[in-house]
Write a protein that binds this ligand. Structure first.
Ligand code: GLP
Length: 244
């Protein structure tokens, strides 16, 4: 496991985009695991700039997103489908048939989640998984609990998450209560994991992930048992670590 602490979020974005670019240059048909939230946006902007400058080609890459809300349409302004279109896909040359995002409107969520895991396996597994982290230590939408759930599944969002994500919606009432998330098993099976965290409000989650017990109460803590994980943090997010 490696931890790098940077001065600014912009430096994290450049470092993360460089690692993703290196992955694609080494293996143009890489399978990327992609994340949403505010944290990866500067990284996506850096990737778009690399693509627009002619340095980075996404045409042979495949992507699987981590999660999607249940019960809002893919073109809803707060859906993760829309987020990915707006913040990345509409600016790069990834082939639409290689883009995968969990279906939050499936008639049979369990069957659709199972098919999502199967699609990841048949694509050869995720080469590089990009992650943010929730204030409560969640990765994807794997909320604190008594177990690590292996496969893609429907989750009930915690009050902390509803509150945190309320900023994207008109009100807390409008935040969906459920989501579909990649499980911890698929995240852990990724060949490399890149976790980004910025801001002091993430300091406790980062401390529990890196220095607390490995526990489903802080889901990101399991990443410490992954053979190839890199944490890219800014000073605020690293501020409660006793060593780094
Ligand atoms: C959401 C997403 C996570 C993300 C987290 C943090 O709940 N499901 O994948 O890591 O929020 O988001 P932000 O980067 O906006 O703090």
């Amino acid at each position: 496991m490696q931890t790098h602490v940077f001065q600014t979020a912009q430096q994290i974005a450049k470092a993360a985009a460089t690692l993703i670019a290196a992955q694609l240059l080494r293996k143009p048909d890489s399978v990327l695991g992609l994340a949403t939230g505010s944290t990866p946006i500067p990284t996506y902007q850096a990737l778009i700039a690399m693509h627009q400058s002619g340095m980075l080609d996404f045409s042979r890459a495949t992507s699987f997103n981590l999660d999607e809300y249940v019960g809002i349409s893919p073109d809803h302004v707060c859906s993760y489908h829309r987020y990915m279109q707006d913040n990345l896909f509409s600016h790069i040359n990834m082939s639409p048939d290689r883009i995968h995002i969990p279906d939050g409107n499936a008639a049979d969520v369990a069957a659709s989640a199972k098919a999502y895991d199967a699609a990841i396996l048949s694509a050869g597994g995720i080469d590089l998984q990009l992650l943010g982290i929730g204030h409560n230590g969640h990765i994807g939408f794997n909320e604190p609990g008594h177990e690590f759930v292996y496969g893609c599944h429907q989750v009930q969002l915690s009050e902390t998450t509803i509150k945190a994500n309320q900023r994207f919606f008109d009100s807390a009432q409008d935040v969906p209560r459920f989501a579909v998330s990649l499980g911890i098993g698929s995240i852990m099976q990724s060949r490399q994991v890149l976790l980004l965290a910025t801001g002091e409000d993430k300091a406790e989650a980062v401390r529990m992930a890196l220095e607390g017990d490995v526990s489903p109460q802080w889901q990101a803590s399991i990443l410490r048992t992954h053979p190839d994980v890199i944490f890219l943090l800014d000073k605020g997010a690293a501020s409660r670590l006793t060593h780094w």
